[in-house]
Design a protein around this ligand. Structure first.
Ligand code: T3D
Length: 253
C-alpha cells in the first residue's frame, strides 16, 4: 500500500508509504492519495487531515524511475487534481514534513494549509536539476510565500532550503524538533478537528480568492463568505459560548 490511512478521533492521518524511494510519487500513488482525500472529505466525522511520509523522507517528487509511465504533461493530469483537491478540501490539511521534500513532493507540502517540518528536513525545488520547471503549483506557491527574488533563487538554483530557514522565510508555518514533529502535528490536527470546520473551509476559500482579487473584489468575497459562516451552527455556538464565558463546543456544522 503506497498510501496508508488511519482514522483518528476527528481527523485522518494519511501517510505516503514508499520509504525505500523517499516516498517518490507514481501515478497510482498520486491517484490513491487523491482517493484518500476524497474519502476523508466524504466522512462526516473527519474534520481535518494530517499528511506525512513514512521513513526518512517526506516525498522526493515524481519517481524518476517511473517517468516512462506516461508522457511528461500527462503525469500532471494525475498530480494537478491532487493539488486542487487539497486546496479545495473543506477541511484543514496539516502537513508534517518528516524529511526531504523535493520536486513535486515539496509543492505537495506547500499546497497544505499548515506545514510543520522537522528541523532536519529540507525543501528542494529539484526540477532545475533535471531540466524541468517547478510544477504541482510551485510557480504559484513560491512567489506568494517567499517573494519574487527568493522564488527565483529556489527555482533556478534547486538548492535545499533547511526547515528552519523555510520557516524564517515564511515558506512554512514552523520548524520543530525532529523527535517532536509527529506528536506536535497530531496535536495540531486534533485541535483543528475540534474547531468550526465550515468557518475554516470558508477561510481557505477566502485566502485563495485573495490571491487574484483586488481589495474591492475581495471585500465582496469576504461579505459573501462571512454571510455563509454566519449561517452555521458553529457560529451560533461560538457567540453563545463567548457570552456564557465557556469554551465553545463546535460540531463542524
Ligand atoms: O510530467 C511531469 O511534469 C513530471 C513531473 C515531475 C515532478 C517532479 O517531481 S520532478 C523532480 C523529481 N525529483 C527529483 O528530482 C528529486 C530526486 N531525488 C534527489 O534529488 C535526492 O534523492 C534527494 C535530494 C531527494 C534526497 O537525497 P538523499 O541523498 O537523501 O537520498 P538518495 O540516496 O538520493 O535517495 C534514496 C533512495 O531514493 C535512492 O535509491 P537507492 O540508491 O537507495 O536505491 C534514490 O535513487 C531514491 N530516490 C530518491 N528520489 C527519487 C528516487 N527514486 C526515484 N525517483 C526519485 N525522485
Amino acid at each position: 500500500m503506497t498510501i496508508l490511512v488511519e482514522k483518528r478521533s476527528g481527523y485522518r492521518l494519511i501517510t505516503l508509504n514508499r520509504p525505500e524511494r523517499l516516498n517518490a510519487l507514481t501515478l497510482r500513488m498520486g491517484d490513491a492519495l487523491y482517493a484518500a482525500l476524497g474519502e476523508a472529505e466524504a466522512d462526516q466525522s473527519c474534520r481535518a487531515v494530517l499528511l506525512t511520509g513514512a521513513g526518512r523522507g517526506f516525498c522526493a517528487g515524481q519517481d524518476l524511475a517511473a517517468v516512462g509511465e506516461a508522457p511528461l504533461g500527462d503525469i500532471l493530469e494525475h498530480y494537478n487534481p491532487l493539488i486542487r483537491k487539497i486546496r479545495a478540501l473543506p477541511l484543514p490539511v496539516v502537513c508534517a514534513v518528516n524529511g526531504v521534500a523535493a520536486g513535486a513532493g515539496a509543492n505537495l507540502a506547500l499546497a497544505c494549509d499548515i506545514v510543520l517540518a522537522a528541523r532536519s528536513a529540507s525543501f528542494v525545488q529539484a526540477f532545475a536539476r533535471i531540466g524541468l520547471i517547478p510544477d504541482c503549483g510551485g510557480t504559484w506557491f513560491l512567489p506568494r510565500l517567499v517573494g519574487a527574488a527568493r522564488a527565483r533563487g529556489l527555482a533556478m538554483l534547486a538548492e535545499p532550503l533547511p526547515a528552519e530557514m523555510a520557516a524564517e522565510w515564511g515558506l512554512i508555518w514552523q520548524a520543530v524538533e525532529d523527535g517532536k514533529l509527529i506528536d506536535e502535528a497530531h496535536v495540531l490536527a486534533a485541535r483543528l478537528a475540534t474547531q468550526a470546520t465550515q468557518g475554516l473551509a470558508l477561510t481557505k476559500r477566502a485566502l485563495d480568492a485573495a490571491e487574484i482579487n483586488d481589495l474591492d473584489r475581495q471585500l465582496d468575497v469576504e461579505r459573501d463568505l462571512q454571510a455563509e459562516a454566519g449561517r452555521t451552527a458553529d457560529y451560533t455556538e461560538g457567540v453563545r459560548a463567548f457570552l456564557e464565558k465557556r469554551p465553545p463546543v463546535f460540531t463542524g456544522r
